[in-house]
Design a protein around this ligand. Sequence first.
Ligand code: SF4
Length: 509
Amino acid sequence: MTGLYLINPVPDSQAYFGADSFPGGAWGGVQIVADLALPTLAAMVPPDLPVRLCDEQITPVDLDAPEPVIGLTGKTPQVGRMLELAAAFRQRGKVVVIGGPYASLAPEDVRPHCDVLVRGEVEEIAERLFADLRDGTWQAEYIGTRADLAASPLPRWDLYPNHRALMGTVQTSRGCPFPCEFCDVPTYVGRKQRHKDPPQVLRELDALYAHGYRSVFIADDNFSATRARARALLEALIDWNHSRPDGPVSFTTQMSIDVARDADMLRLSARAGIQAVFVGLETPSADSLRETGKRQNLQADPMEMVGRFLDHHIMVISGLIVGFDADGPDIFDRQRAFTRHAPIPVFTLGALAAPSGSPLHKRMVESGRLLPDQPYGTGQPWSTNIIPAQMTTEALLEGVTALARDLYHPDAFADRVLALVNRLGPYQGPPPAASPAPLPPLWQPLQDEVTQVVRGVVTLGPAEKAMVSRLGRHVLTHRPDALPLLRNCLRFYAQIRHVYAKNGFLTSF
Ligand code: SF4
């Protein structure tokens, strides 16, 4: 065999963190968060085997690829496209290998569509897998183990179109000890968290920095789950980020809300340059949180905890879910009240869904409440694959789309942005470089496209124009240091409105 073509397919429908709103549309050559799977896998391919990467979000798939072996990866929202590409390449006589989260969690769905199925983590089986592919002696199935992350190689970012991604990606841990019923993470990567040590993480960050990234997503499922290691890593990140020659990196990651009770963790996070965190608040209903096993959210008032992040200049993005068994028809109004004045502009609202491999999926199958063959993506308000306990599926989807419409009314969004800006404490991260190197010319077009997306919000209608003017005036007058944050919020707003409009339930106000 003479080569390997590795593909990360586009999602079947984009949602909150997609790039549909960019000038080129859904396949417009932009990735919000650089895909880590492809460069990591490429780094495990032996040097005598040529490898080519395709992040379909950035570059179209080359269906006439000369490589004899095609590798496909993907999560639940990419399944449709992943299987479509598998069929297209098999028709062309290629050997199709499928791995990644969905293949690991639902192997029976994937097996008929590929020649080689790779389940689980690949680090410790990579040598045999690639040797077999090279020699043409491949097996139908390979099963990976939970890898020692020290064995995870430095990703081959040199093969990736970095200038078309807004954020670089580093993963410092795998696994989450929490038992949230709707989540497939513990099934896929385990409840015992495994870690890279700080020097390994810093080597990866050095590479991202050298490639030009100044914004990095720490793609841990729960960065703060093992507090002592998180503290040690943050100390290392502080030293690293304060000594960047061309200015610091801004980090975003995912944490659970309980970390807000640990003032020291927040202080270290802020000093390291963490400026945004995704926190799954999910619901104001204590019964629903208990039902789903999210007990860490029950320990304190959630909005007070959010305020503690903001005090440290760390913006919170949050998930909201409707449709738990404990949710009656009043849940929509309860969510409205919960979010109305929250200092959280961006909520990823969705109907409860059961991904393959999650405990909820098992329970829904056992109780006959799984809607089979029902396509759904994660973090989308307009789809689910379960029958709710206290309402029909139709009532759930109607209620959640009406809630989405209220959540992203320009007045409601502006109120939340202002609540955030007014509460935001002073920036505590590394200072900007005295004379940062100019942006490489290759990177400039993407920055211009972000500006275009943000400016496009005023063209949505008079209410949106008034919203932007209200926000701009307030921030310029009272918190000019929050202008980059406002720009970021408006970029999210443009994307969410675009996706909602495309799905036909939020076109204008
Ligand atoms: S939702 Fe978050 S906290 Fe809960 S199990 Fe999944 S990764 Fe862990």
